[in-house]
Design a protein around this ligand. Structure first.
Ligand SMILES: *Cc1c(COP(=O)(O)O)cnc(C)c1O
Length: 367
Protein backbone atom coordinates (compact mmCIF):
# COMPACT_ATOMS: atom_id res chain seq x y z
CA UNK A 1 0.00 0.00 0.00
CA UNK A 2 1.21 3.51 -0.79
CA UNK A 3 1.59 6.29 1.75
CA UNK A 4 -1.63 8.20 2.42
CA UNK A 5 -2.40 11.68 1.18
CA UNK A 6 0.60 12.63 -0.94
CA UNK A 7 -1.68 14.84 -3.04
CA UNK A 8 1.07 17.25 -3.96
CA UNK A 9 3.81 14.68 -4.37
CA UNK A 10 5.53 14.26 -7.66
CA UNK A 11 5.13 10.95 -9.41
CA UNK A 12 8.26 8.82 -9.07
CA UNK A 13 10.75 9.63 -11.83
CA UNK A 14 9.84 6.51 -13.80
CA UNK A 15 6.29 7.71 -14.43
CA UNK A 16 4.83 10.80 -16.02
CA UNK A 17 1.77 11.37 -13.93
CA UNK A 18 0.03 10.50 -10.71
CA UNK A 19 -3.59 9.46 -10.40
CA UNK A 20 -4.99 9.80 -6.91
CA UNK A 21 -8.22 7.98 -6.08
CA UNK A 22 -9.91 9.01 -2.86
CA UNK A 23 -11.60 5.90 -1.49
CA UNK A 24 -12.99 7.82 1.48
CA UNK A 25 -14.75 10.15 -0.95
CA UNK A 26 -16.28 7.18 -2.79
CA UNK A 27 -17.60 5.83 0.50
CA UNK A 28 -18.91 9.28 1.49
CA UNK A 29 -20.67 9.59 -1.87
CA UNK A 30 -22.24 6.15 -1.43
CA UNK A 31 -23.49 7.12 2.03
CA UNK A 32 -24.88 10.38 0.68
CA UNK A 33 -26.87 8.63 -2.04
CA UNK A 34 -28.06 5.99 0.42
CA UNK A 35 -29.30 8.73 2.75
CA UNK A 36 -31.29 10.27 -0.10
CA UNK A 37 -33.48 7.15 -0.30
CA UNK A 38 -33.51 5.76 3.24
CA UNK A 39 -36.20 3.17 2.58
CA UNK A 40 -34.17 1.60 -0.27
CA UNK A 41 -30.97 -0.41 -0.28
CA UNK A 42 -28.08 1.39 -1.96
CA UNK A 43 -26.04 -0.85 -4.23
CA UNK A 44 -23.03 0.14 -6.31
CA UNK A 45 -22.28 -0.20 -10.02
CA UNK A 46 -18.60 -1.07 -10.42
CA UNK A 47 -18.48 -2.02 -14.10
CA UNK A 48 -15.52 -0.96 -16.28
CA UNK A 49 -13.02 -1.48 -13.44
CA UNK A 50 -15.13 0.67 -11.13
CA UNK A 51 -15.41 3.47 -13.70
CA UNK A 52 -11.66 3.42 -14.20
CA UNK A 53 -10.95 3.89 -10.49
CA UNK A 54 -9.83 0.30 -9.83
CA UNK A 55 -12.27 -2.41 -8.83
CA UNK A 56 -9.70 -4.17 -6.64
CA UNK A 57 -9.55 -1.21 -4.26
CA UNK A 58 -12.98 0.35 -4.73
CA UNK A 59 -15.17 -2.72 -4.25
CA UNK A 60 -13.72 -3.81 -0.87
CA UNK A 61 -13.88 -0.20 0.39
CA UNK A 62 -17.58 -0.05 -0.42
CA UNK A 63 -18.19 -3.49 1.08
CA UNK A 64 -16.48 -2.41 4.31
CA UNK A 65 -18.80 0.61 4.38
CA UNK A 66 -21.80 -1.72 4.25
CA UNK A 67 -22.62 -2.01 0.54
CA UNK A 68 -23.97 -5.50 -0.09
CA UNK A 69 -25.12 -5.48 -3.72
CA UNK A 70 -22.89 -4.75 -6.72
CA UNK A 71 -23.45 -4.58 -10.46
CA UNK A 72 -20.92 -5.17 -13.24
CA UNK A 73 -21.41 -5.40 -17.00
CA UNK A 74 -19.65 -8.64 -17.99
CA UNK A 75 -19.13 -12.13 -16.69
CA UNK A 76 -15.35 -11.52 -16.58
CA UNK A 77 -15.93 -8.42 -14.46
CA UNK A 78 -18.18 -10.45 -12.21
CA UNK A 79 -15.50 -13.10 -11.72
CA UNK A 80 -12.96 -10.38 -10.87
CA UNK A 81 -15.42 -8.74 -8.48
CA UNK A 82 -16.19 -12.06 -6.79
CA UNK A 83 -12.51 -12.45 -5.87
CA UNK A 84 -12.68 -9.16 -3.98
CA UNK A 85 -16.23 -9.55 -2.67
CA UNK A 86 -16.69 -13.05 -1.32
CA UNK A 87 -19.99 -12.22 0.41
CA UNK A 88 -21.65 -9.69 -1.89
CA UNK A 89 -24.66 -10.11 -4.14
CA UNK A 90 -23.29 -9.61 -7.67
CA UNK A 91 -25.46 -8.94 -10.70
CA UNK A 92 -24.12 -9.00 -14.26
CA UNK A 93 -25.98 -6.38 -16.28
CA UNK A 94 -25.19 -7.61 -19.79
CA UNK A 95 -26.94 -10.87 -19.09
CA UNK A 96 -26.22 -14.50 -19.82
CA UNK A 97 -24.09 -15.28 -22.87
CA UNK A 98 -25.09 -18.59 -24.51
CA UNK A 99 -23.50 -21.49 -22.66
CA UNK A 100 -22.10 -19.37 -19.82
CA UNK A 101 -24.52 -20.61 -17.14
CA UNK A 102 -22.02 -22.84 -15.34
CA UNK A 103 -19.53 -20.00 -15.01
CA UNK A 104 -22.23 -17.83 -13.43
CA UNK A 105 -23.14 -20.65 -11.07
CA UNK A 106 -19.52 -21.43 -10.14
CA UNK A 107 -18.83 -17.80 -9.19
CA UNK A 108 -22.24 -17.22 -7.58
CA UNK A 109 -23.05 -14.47 -10.08
CA UNK A 110 -26.59 -13.42 -10.91
CA UNK A 111 -27.29 -12.68 -14.57
CA UNK A 112 -29.68 -9.87 -15.43
CA UNK A 113 -31.87 -11.75 -17.92
CA UNK A 114 -33.39 -9.78 -20.76
CA UNK A 115 -35.01 -12.15 -23.22
CA UNK A 116 -36.91 -15.42 -23.42
CA UNK A 117 -33.89 -17.47 -24.52
CA UNK A 118 -31.79 -16.25 -21.61
CA UNK A 119 -34.66 -16.95 -19.21
CA UNK A 120 -35.14 -20.49 -20.53
CA UNK A 121 -31.42 -21.26 -20.46
CA UNK A 122 -30.98 -20.01 -16.91
CA UNK A 123 -34.20 -21.66 -15.71
CA UNK A 124 -32.94 -25.04 -16.95
CA UNK A 125 -29.74 -24.65 -14.92
CA UNK A 126 -31.21 -22.90 -11.92
CA UNK A 127 -34.36 -24.92 -11.30
CA UNK A 128 -35.24 -22.12 -8.89
CA UNK A 129 -32.04 -22.49 -6.86
CA UNK A 130 -29.80 -19.91 -8.55
CA UNK A 131 -31.04 -16.32 -8.36
CA UNK A 132 -31.15 -13.85 -11.23
CA UNK A 133 -32.73 -10.53 -12.16
CA UNK A 134 -35.22 -9.73 -14.90
CA UNK A 135 -34.50 -6.71 -17.09
CA UNK A 136 -37.54 -4.89 -18.49
CA UNK A 137 -36.97 -2.27 -21.17
CA UNK A 138 -39.17 0.75 -20.49
CA UNK A 139 -37.67 3.00 -23.15
CA UNK A 140 -34.00 2.43 -23.93
CA UNK A 141 -34.66 -0.24 -26.58
CA UNK A 142 -31.34 -1.70 -25.63
CA UNK A 143 -31.59 -4.65 -23.27
CA UNK A 144 -34.53 -6.34 -21.63
CA UNK A 145 -38.02 -7.62 -22.28
CA UNK A 146 -40.54 -5.10 -23.54
CA UNK A 147 -43.23 -4.07 -21.08
CA UNK A 148 -45.92 -6.20 -22.82
CA UNK A 149 -43.52 -9.19 -22.91
CA UNK A 150 -42.84 -8.79 -19.21
CA UNK A 151 -46.50 -8.41 -18.29
CA UNK A 152 -47.26 -11.57 -20.29
CA UNK A 153 -44.80 -13.47 -18.09
CA UNK A 154 -46.61 -12.57 -14.86
CA UNK A 155 -47.56 -15.81 -13.13
CA UNK A 156 -45.48 -17.90 -15.56
CA UNK A 157 -43.60 -20.65 -13.72
CA UNK A 158 -40.42 -19.79 -15.64
CA UNK A 159 -40.00 -16.78 -13.33
CA UNK A 160 -39.66 -19.05 -10.32
CA UNK A 161 -37.59 -21.64 -12.19
CA UNK A 162 -35.18 -18.88 -13.25
CA UNK A 163 -34.84 -17.80 -9.62
CA UNK A 164 -35.88 -14.23 -10.43
CA UNK A 165 -35.51 -12.15 -7.26
CA UNK A 166 -35.22 -8.66 -8.76
CA UNK A 167 -37.01 -6.86 -11.55
CA UNK A 168 -35.20 -3.87 -12.95
CA UNK A 169 -35.31 -1.25 -15.68
CA UNK A 170 -33.11 1.65 -16.73
CA UNK A 171 -33.96 5.34 -17.15
CA UNK A 172 -33.46 7.07 -20.50
CA UNK A 173 -32.86 10.67 -19.34
CA UNK A 174 -32.59 10.62 -15.58
CA UNK A 175 -30.07 13.47 -15.60
CA UNK A 176 -32.69 15.73 -17.26
CA UNK A 177 -35.12 15.90 -14.37
CA UNK A 178 -37.76 17.82 -16.33
CA UNK A 179 -37.88 15.31 -19.19
CA UNK A 180 -41.39 13.79 -19.26
CA UNK A 181 -39.91 10.41 -20.21
CA UNK A 182 -38.94 9.96 -16.53
CA UNK A 183 -42.55 9.99 -15.34
CA UNK A 184 -43.62 7.76 -18.21
CA UNK A 185 -40.95 5.17 -17.40
CA UNK A 186 -41.63 5.41 -13.68
CA UNK A 187 -45.33 4.70 -14.30
CA UNK A 188 -44.60 1.77 -16.63
CA UNK A 189 -42.21 0.33 -14.10
CA UNK A 190 -44.83 0.53 -11.35
CA UNK A 191 -47.15 -1.53 -13.57
CA UNK A 192 -44.41 -4.05 -14.27
CA UNK A 193 -43.39 -4.56 -10.68
CA UNK A 194 -47.03 -4.89 -9.61
CA UNK A 195 -47.24 -7.87 -11.97
CA UNK A 196 -44.48 -9.62 -10.01
CA UNK A 197 -45.55 -9.38 -6.38
CA UNK A 198 -42.88 -10.39 -3.91
CA UNK A 199 -39.94 -9.47 -6.14
CA UNK A 200 -37.62 -6.59 -5.33
CA UNK A 201 -37.42 -3.79 -7.85
CA UNK A 202 -34.67 -1.43 -9.04
CA UNK A 203 -34.89 1.53 -11.42
CA UNK A 204 -32.58 4.36 -10.33
CA UNK A 205 -29.02 4.99 -11.52
CA UNK A 206 -27.11 7.93 -9.98
CA UNK A 207 -29.34 10.61 -11.48
CA UNK A 208 -32.45 8.53 -10.85
CA UNK A 209 -31.58 8.54 -7.16
CA UNK A 210 -31.83 12.34 -7.26
CA UNK A 211 -35.23 12.29 -8.99
CA UNK A 212 -38.46 12.05 -7.01
CA UNK A 213 -39.06 9.05 -4.74
CA UNK A 214 -41.06 7.46 -7.56
CA UNK A 215 -37.87 6.04 -9.00
CA UNK A 216 -36.28 4.70 -5.80
CA UNK A 217 -38.06 1.36 -5.28
CA UNK A 218 -36.04 -1.24 -3.30
CA UNK A 219 -32.53 -1.02 -4.67
CA UNK A 220 -30.50 1.90 -6.05
CA UNK A 221 -27.89 1.32 -8.76
CA UNK A 222 -25.59 4.36 -8.70
CA UNK A 223 -22.27 4.35 -10.52
CA UNK A 224 -21.10 7.73 -11.81
CA UNK A 225 -21.99 9.79 -8.74
CA UNK A 226 -20.01 7.42 -6.50
CA UNK A 227 -16.94 8.44 -8.47
CA UNK A 228 -17.59 12.16 -8.16
CA UNK A 229 -19.73 12.75 -11.25
CA UNK A 230 -22.52 15.29 -10.96
CA UNK A 231 -25.85 13.43 -10.99
CA UNK A 232 -27.73 16.70 -11.53
CA UNK A 233 -26.03 18.57 -14.40
CA UNK A 234 -26.63 22.30 -14.28
CA UNK A 235 -26.78 22.30 -10.49
CA UNK A 236 -23.88 22.47 -8.04
CA UNK A 237 -22.32 19.03 -7.74
CA UNK A 238 -23.24 17.54 -4.35
CA UNK A 239 -20.72 14.70 -4.66
CA UNK A 240 -17.17 14.70 -3.34
CA UNK A 241 -14.46 14.62 -6.03
CA UNK A 242 -12.74 11.26 -6.22
CA UNK A 243 -10.00 11.39 -8.84
CA UNK A 244 -7.10 13.73 -9.24
CA UNK A 245 -4.62 13.62 -12.09
CA UNK A 246 -1.31 15.48 -11.83
CA UNK A 247 1.40 15.37 -14.50
CA UNK A 248 5.02 16.43 -14.30
CA UNK A 249 6.32 19.44 -16.22
CA UNK A 250 9.24 18.18 -18.32
CA UNK A 251 10.44 21.37 -19.99
CA UNK A 252 9.77 25.08 -20.19
CA UNK A 253 10.52 27.26 -23.19
CA UNK A 254 9.85 30.74 -24.53
CA UNK A 255 8.42 31.16 -27.99
CA UNK A 256 8.40 34.27 -30.15
CA UNK A 257 5.30 35.67 -31.85
CA UNK A 258 4.39 33.58 -34.90
CA UNK A 259 6.10 30.39 -33.71
CA UNK A 260 3.94 27.28 -33.63
CA UNK A 261 3.82 24.22 -31.40
CA UNK A 262 2.94 20.56 -31.74
CA UNK A 263 1.88 18.36 -34.65
CA UNK A 264 0.55 20.11 -37.73
CA UNK A 265 1.39 23.46 -36.15
CA UNK A 266 -2.16 23.92 -34.98
CA UNK A 267 -1.29 26.72 -32.57
CA UNK A 268 0.60 29.88 -33.44
CA UNK A 269 1.88 32.22 -30.75
CA UNK A 270 -0.01 35.52 -30.85
CA UNK A 271 2.80 37.12 -28.88
CA UNK A 272 5.77 36.08 -26.75
CA UNK A 273 4.70 33.10 -24.68
CA UNK A 274 6.11 30.70 -22.12
CA UNK A 275 5.24 27.05 -22.77
CA UNK A 276 5.42 24.00 -20.54
CA UNK A 277 5.49 20.41 -21.80
CA UNK A 278 3.70 17.85 -19.62
CA UNK A 279 4.56 14.16 -19.47
CA UNK A 280 1.06 12.92 -20.22
CA UNK A 281 -0.90 12.48 -23.44
CA UNK A 282 -3.80 10.73 -25.05
CA UNK A 283 -2.23 7.31 -24.50
CA UNK A 284 -2.81 7.98 -20.79
CA UNK A 285 -6.51 8.49 -21.37
CA UNK A 286 -6.51 12.26 -21.54
CA UNK A 287 -8.75 12.83 -24.57
CA UNK A 288 -7.10 14.17 -27.74
CA UNK A 289 -10.44 15.81 -28.48
CA UNK A 290 -9.62 18.32 -25.71
CA UNK A 291 -6.84 19.74 -27.93
CA UNK A 292 -7.18 23.51 -28.02
CA UNK A 293 -10.11 23.48 -25.58
CA UNK A 294 -9.01 22.00 -22.30
CA UNK A 295 -6.75 23.47 -19.70
CA UNK A 296 -4.68 22.43 -16.72
CA UNK A 297 -3.91 24.17 -13.44
CA UNK A 298 -0.40 25.19 -12.49
CA UNK A 299 -0.17 26.68 -9.03
CA UNK A 300 -3.92 27.19 -9.24
CA UNK A 301 -3.69 29.20 -12.50
CA UNK A 302 -5.71 27.87 -15.44
CA UNK A 303 -3.29 27.25 -18.32
CA UNK A 304 -4.69 26.53 -21.81
CA UNK A 305 -3.72 23.34 -23.63
CA UNK A 306 -2.06 24.41 -26.89
CA UNK A 307 -2.24 22.70 -30.26
CA UNK A 308 -2.81 18.99 -30.70
CA UNK A 309 -2.40 16.69 -27.72
CA UNK A 310 0.34 14.13 -28.48
CA UNK A 311 0.42 10.50 -27.45
CA UNK A 312 2.66 11.12 -24.44
CA UNK A 313 2.87 14.91 -24.16
CA UNK A 314 0.71 17.98 -23.71
CA UNK A 315 1.86 21.59 -24.24
CA UNK A 316 0.49 24.30 -21.93
CA UNK A 317 0.62 28.07 -22.07
CA UNK A 318 2.08 28.91 -18.66
CA UNK A 319 2.79 32.57 -19.41
CA UNK A 320 0.51 33.59 -16.53
CA UNK A 321 1.59 30.83 -14.13
CA UNK A 322 4.66 32.01 -12.22
CA UNK A 323 4.84 28.67 -10.33
CA UNK A 324 5.56 26.67 -13.48
CA UNK A 325 8.97 25.04 -13.18
CA UNK A 326 10.72 21.92 -14.42
CA UNK A 327 9.75 18.97 -12.25
CA UNK A 328 6.68 20.80 -10.95
CA UNK A 329 3.13 19.60 -11.40
CA UNK A 330 0.17 20.51 -13.54
CA UNK A 331 -3.30 19.33 -12.55
CA UNK A 332 -5.39 17.88 -15.37
CA UNK A 333 -8.23 16.69 -13.12
CA UNK A 334 -8.79 18.09 -9.64
CA UNK A 335 -9.66 21.31 -7.79
CA UNK A 336 -11.79 23.44 -10.11
CA UNK A 337 -11.27 20.95 -12.98
CA UNK A 338 -13.78 18.25 -12.19
CA UNK A 339 -14.47 15.28 -14.47
CA UNK A 340 -17.61 16.91 -15.86
CA UNK A 341 -15.61 20.00 -16.89
CA UNK A 342 -12.90 17.89 -18.52
CA UNK A 343 -15.57 15.93 -20.37
CA UNK A 344 -17.16 19.14 -21.66
CA UNK A 345 -13.79 20.44 -22.88
CA UNK A 346 -13.39 17.24 -24.89
CA UNK A 347 -16.93 17.32 -26.24
CA UNK A 348 -17.87 14.24 -24.24
CA UNK A 349 -19.14 13.32 -20.78
CA UNK A 350 -17.31 12.79 -17.53
CA UNK A 351 -18.20 9.09 -17.68
CA UNK A 352 -15.92 8.69 -20.67
CA UNK A 353 -13.11 10.58 -18.97
CA UNK A 354 -13.31 8.30 -15.93
CA UNK A 355 -13.57 5.03 -17.81
CA UNK A 356 -10.73 6.08 -20.11
CA UNK A 357 -8.27 6.72 -17.26
CA UNK A 358 -5.03 5.10 -18.27
CA UNK A 359 -2.78 2.58 -16.61
CA UNK A 360 0.58 4.30 -17.12
CA UNK A 361 0.25 6.54 -14.09
CA UNK A 362 1.34 5.89 -10.58
CA UNK A 363 -1.92 5.21 -8.79
CA UNK A 364 -2.35 6.31 -5.21
CA UNK A 365 -5.32 5.36 -3.11
CA UNK A 366 -6.28 7.57 -0.22
CA UNK A 367 -8.34 5.84 2.46
C1 LIG B 1 -24.18 1.83 -15.83
C2 LIG B 1 -25.53 1.51 -15.32
C3 LIG B 1 -25.99 2.06 -14.11
C4 LIG B 1 -25.23 3.13 -13.37
O1 LIG B 1 -25.47 4.35 -14.02
P1 LIG B 1 -24.82 5.73 -13.50
O2 LIG B 1 -25.43 6.74 -14.40
O3 LIG B 1 -23.35 5.58 -13.70
O4 LIG B 1 -25.19 5.89 -12.09
C5 LIG B 1 -27.19 1.61 -13.61
N1 LIG B 1 -27.94 0.71 -14.28
C6 LIG B 1 -27.56 0.20 -15.48
C7 LIG B 1 -28.43 -0.77 -16.17
C8 LIG B 1 -26.35 0.59 -16.05
O5 LIG B 1 -25.98 0.10 -17.22
Amino acid sequence: MTAPSPFRDRPPAGHGARLTVDLAAIVANWRRLAAQAPQAECGAVVKADAYGCGLARVAPALARAGCRTFFVAHLSEGIAARQRLPEAVLYVLNGLPPGAGEAFRDHALRPVLGDADELAEWAALSEGRLPAALHVDTGMNRLGLSVPEALALAGDPVIGRAGIDLVMSHLVSAEVSADPVNARQAADFVRVRAAFPGLRASLANSSGTCLADATHHDLLRPGYALFGGNPEPGRPNPMRPVVRLDATILQLRHVAPGETCGYNARWRAPGPRRLATLSLGYADGYPRAASGAGHALVGGVPCPILGLISMDLIILDVTDAPDARRGGLATLIGDSLDIDAVGRAAGTIGYEILTGLGSRYVRDYVE
